[in-house]
Design a binder for this molecule. Sequence first.
Ligand code: GLU
Length: 509
Amino acid sequence: MSNSNIRVRFAPSPTGPLHIGGVRTALYNYLFAKKNGGKFILRIEDTDQNRFVPGAEQYIIESFEWCGITFDEGVTIGGDYGPYKQSERKAMYRTYANMLIESGQAYYAFDTAEELGKIRSDYESQKKTFVYNSDERKRLRNSLNLNEDEVTALMENSSPYVIRFKMPEKEIIVMNDMIRGRVEVNSSVLDDKILFKSDGMPTYHLANIVDDHLMEISHVIRGEEWLPSLPLHVLLYDAFGWEKPEFAHLPLLLKPDGNGKLSKRDGDRLGFPVFPLEWTDPKSGNISSGFREEGYFAGAFVNMLAMLGWNPGDEREIFSLEELAEEFTIERVGKSGAKFDPAKAAWYNHQYLIKQDDGLLAKMLAPIVAENGVLAEEEQLVKAVSLVKERANFVKDLWGQLDFFFKRPVEYDAKAVKKRWKVSSYDQLTELKYVLEGISEFSSENTESVVKKWIEEKEYGMGVIMNAFRLLVVGELKGPHLFDIIELIGQEETLERIDQGLHEIGRKE
Ligand code: GLU
């Protein structure tokens, strides 16, 4: 379906690394745009100068590049609705604030931080909370109460002021959310939010609404934490006389135990990443882990995130980004929070790992092999990878699953020896060595049939021989099919390992 009127945006503030909840919001916007033939825009909301963190914007861009999430317009690519960074749009927000002043829907407030601080503490001492609302504003230092001359005088001597929204009194605000349906709130519980700050910058609320309007955003899809801002946003659209976009507030990502929102601090505390990429805090130098650096495939990460809050309506779980874009609908986004499950995340990676080309996995593993001081031939490594990948979630796990292909045992698992090395083992394995020595075609199938035939003829126990044999070759009872292992390490190496093992373990008395 193609519908060029559909325009969605992801509008992060560059205040730090992007949390996976933010990546999921961007992903759902991307999928929604793709599904509907619309446009996806990246807008940087950097009006809060105090919270600006160097490197955060670049981090956001790099995260999406890694995920394969692309934009049709935005910072770095441009477009017809730019600039896409709010600090570069600064000059025009004031015009919009003025429009609301002129229509009587906003006002100047000159109350200083000290004055408000004093009122706040007076209230607190009476166990009350001060809110700058439709009731309180009647008593405060603002252009609703001061006369025109006083206001002009204050402005002329450059007294700092902010512009506040004049919240209607006791009005029922009706909103529609694509996920939650109809939502109602009484304006009497809302405060007169600041729209324009004394530093000459708009607040998030004003800049966000103005930009969504000017950029012709049709659907605002964002995190549930913005739902409390929706009444103000709806009123702002009405105040300007603008058509409203549709709104969808996505459910929160929860901690693995379901107790509360998955926070930026949870990641390394609970032993898993909460950021797509590793992040070094520019102030403290602290490093937070990232899914990429932990060894996640981008496809697995994106697939896992998509399924946290959305489902295809059946049991399927594995989807490429393209497949998600075909299937995604807001109607299938759940209302309740989605628990992040680190084990499930690893499971997704496993599903992607086993589908990877063995040659590619071997290439990714090669540096780890080299770090362990092992020189592995590429062909051998590829074969070893193919034999063990079913047992790994991450490329880095592969080494522990296949090290024995390239290294003789340096010790023999004591527990396994105790249990599996029988009184008869020394003689039986010595005999097996001669059997193996006599085989001319040392393929897995051939050695398997020769060895099994020998065991049957001798009436030895299959389990007894095979466990002892594995112990000598691998050093412990792990690994794939033993005949595949010996084919790969070769006849000579197999015989030498048997010799070494017999010598090291010796006869059981
Ligand atoms: N700048 C806001 C944020 O950091 C955007 C919220 C919205 O999408 O309206 O998430």
